[in-house]
Design a protein around this ligand. Sequence first.
Ligand SMILES: Nc1nc2c(c(=O)[nH]1)N[C@H]1C(S)=C(S)[C@@H](COP(=O)(O)O)O[C@H]1N2
Ligand SMILES: [Mo]
Length: 386
Amino acid sequence: MTAPTRRRDRLPRPRPPAFSGRLHDARTATAVGRWLGGAFAVCFVTGLISHYLQHPPSWAADRLPVRPVWGYALSQGLHVGAGIAALVLLLVKLWAVYPRLFVWPPVRSVRHGLERLSVALLVAAAVFELFSGLLNIAEWYPWPFSFVPVHFAVAWVAIGSVLLHVAVKAPEIRAHWSRTSTGTLELPAQDGPDRRSLMLGLGAAVGAVTLTTAGQSFTPLAALDLLAPRHPGYGPQGLPVNRTAAAAGVDARTLGDWRLEVRGPVPYRLTRAQLLALPQTSARLPIACVEGWSVDAHWGGVRVRDLLERAGAPPGAAVRVTSLEAGGAYRVMEMGGEYARDPLTLLALTLNGQPLSPDHGFPARIIAPNRPGVLQTKWVALLEVL
Ligand SMILES: Nc1nc2c(c(=O)[nH]1)N[C@H]1C(S)=C(S)[C@@H](COP(=O)(O)O)O[C@H]1N2
Ligand SMILES: [Mo]
């Protein structure tokens, strides 16, 4: 038997890892990076849509687009879908470029140092955006800050550092964009079976996570919806619920003898029976949650514009809606004139032909076209003409 000490003597001395594998080259980084960049662009644009529909600047508040009715459902489905695909793409991209983390010396010049710093910022912002978004769709908030403003702020850091990265890497991206170009800057860039397998594997992984999650907002794929936290058909009356009546503290005691109160030039109050006696409208509209699930449903109730007119509101007036709920971020909601006067914007009393269940907002809730789910206020107590 050889003594362990002697064996160690014969081994070569450890050297820093040498990465000569072709898959860690600029061609792979470009091939994966452009998909990742595309996914980030989709996330950023749809994120802005979501933000400005929820927090419009005052000049736009009365002019938000109310059609197509499914616009927000599509936008939010793309946001979450592209984010989930980007998780896979980001992991492969980081794997492709990680040898660069070991370059020696770590900083060669001021320019090189700045470039590495910008990459560190890019990676940190991208990882934060994708993982915080993933935990948000799972409704898990293991952090001390409020998700929405931080996710929104870091999105600007992420998109800014993506643009900077693309600008800095433009020569390499150009050289390696097409499969046939030979990379003059680094390793030869012809594709071999290895890179093709990597890209095929990546495509298959992205396809698999997309197919098994898209069903939460794209109902034709509901049967494949295995990995998404939501399933379109699960929940009371066939519709998911984010905040239950119990969680919102709405029960028989809070309801008491409920009446809808409408404040305006001619204030009034109506019982549910009186509301049901008014002209009823039905509409097929989606609930499109910011967490990426959407479900179409048949809603029945009274047009908000009829209720506002009865209160003597001028045409096109905006309205503030307050829920019975005692607290919570979605207790009070404002609705611009474009929504308030839309014939499809309802104070809904029924869902799929049945009275609203407590979890869907009994006795009455708001449903409006092309609007984020967070603004579809449940357990409505008060409408105020603004
Ligand atoms: N008062 C009140 N309304 C609310 C909420 C809430 O927390 N409180 N949650 C909103 C959110 S985030 C969504 S997605 C929809 C979901 O409606 P549903 O539970 O009927 O599916 O209700 C919205 N209305
Ligand atoms: Mo939501």
